[in-house]
Design a protein around this ligand. Structure first.
Ligand code: KG4
Ligand code: ZN
Length: 339
């Protein structure tokens, strides 16, 4: 089966072609450079960008996969959550392809796709995990750490994701972006904060508070307090480059302490699983990857991190999840009679 995935929920216009769970192509065009001077995504700019680039991005994904639209058996598109105008562009485009080509269309949840991106490229014979179909990977605890979400789920099947913890205010990626903005480091903040943190090699770190860690049963997150603490610290500091490095290091340490602790709690809370899958843009962070890997080793938890090239928004994760849902019998249009 060949599936075309379409993703336009935020500032990445993406299309991908997947055959039986294997990624044949993944094309992404990002409008991040247009948002940089605003320090965050401007919805109107994002949706205009999608309108302009969705066709060329899709053509490129098909060409890279050596496919034509007639070869496509299924169109999978992100339907939620996301910026309404941006989602609308992808949905309308996918609808048009589905209608014109009489190709079945399937809607995919973006957060579920981030979690399932952990298993990209790990499907089928001679691999240790599979998606829907033969040997199930379920149950496991899934976590999304991105610019818009910090959420943990017990994942029992493709249709059964139960939310067990979430941020009460800012998402982790958003906190990285805001700290970078406070320090004048540009946008997006994650990569540059990580880079500046690595410059801090000696000295005493700043003890930013770790919110909601006290109660051992609490699975929620809060990152707005640490963002404000960074703001006040910077305001009263000597404002040197070395201070920026120290703030980035201390902020990152605090955030990673929280994530590490909560995700282990979530696996213990889930009881019937020792498996953890973590996806989303923040999973690009090398320190986060290392810390989760070593903690899970110590705790005997099987960890599956999204491959780096599929951490940020992409359409391969949408296509793979769409294909699995389709095989599982979920299809939501009448355009099922293929040309
Ligand atoms: O998943 P994603 O591409 O888009 C959303 O669905 O939100 O995540 C983007 C977020 C941004 O906030 C960005 O700053 C963060 O991921 N990010 C990072 C790193 N790379 C990207 N955060 C921390 N460390 C990184 N290396
Ligand atoms: Zn995302």
């Amino acid at each position: 089966m060949i599936t075309l995935g379409i993703e336009t929920s935020c500032d990445e216009t993406a299309a991908a072609v997947v055959r039986d769970g294997r990624v044949l192509s993944s094309e992404i065009s990002s409008s991040v450079h247009l948002h940089a001077r605003y320090g965050g995504v401007v919805p109107e700019i994002a949706s205009r960008f999608h309108t302009e680039f969705i066709l060329s991005v899709t053509r490129q994904a098909l060409a890279d996969a050596h496919c034509g639209i007639k070869d496509i058996d299924l169109v999978a598109v992100t339907c939620k959550p996301g910026l309404p105008g941006s989602l609308l562009v992808g949905r309308a485009f996918a609808d048009a392809l589905s209608f014109a080509g009489k190709i079945p269309l399937i809607e995919v949840d973006h957060l579920q796709a981030h979690i399932m991106s952990c298993f990209l490229g790990a499907r089928g014979k001679n691999r240790d995990v599979t998606l829907a179909g033969d040997v199930p990977i379920f149950p496991f605890v899934g976590m999304v750490i991105s610019g818009g979400h910090t959420s943990m789920y017990i994942c029992k099947s493709l249709k059964d994701f139960t939310l067990i913890g979430r941020t009460l205010d800012d998402a982790v990626g958003e906190a990285f972006d805001k700290v970078a903005k406070i320090l004048g480091l540009g946008y997006p903040g994650g990569p540059v904060v990580e880079e500046r943190a690595a410059n801090f090699t000696n000295g005493k770190e700043i003890n930013f508070s770790r919110a909601l860690l006290g109660d051992a049963s609490n699975l929620d997150f809060s990152f707005s307090g640490i963002k404000t603490a960074v703001m006040y610290y910077w305001r009263d500091s000597a404002k040197t480059e070395a201070e920026k490095d120290k703030i980035c290091f201390s902020f990152q340490e605090a955030v990673l302490d929280i994530i590490e602790e909560k995700v282990i709690r979530a696996v213990r809370f889930a009881e019937k699983t020792e498996k953890l899958a973590v996806g989303g843009g923040v999973v690009n962070n090398e320190m986060l990857r290392r810390r989760l890997a070593s903690r899970c080793r110590r705790e005997n938890i099987e960890l599956c991190l999204a491959p780096r090239k599929f951490c940020s928004d992409n359409a391969a994760m949408v296509a793979v999840l769409g294909e699995s849902l389709f095989e599982d019998g979920k299809c939501n249009t009448e355009n099922t009679e293929k040309n």
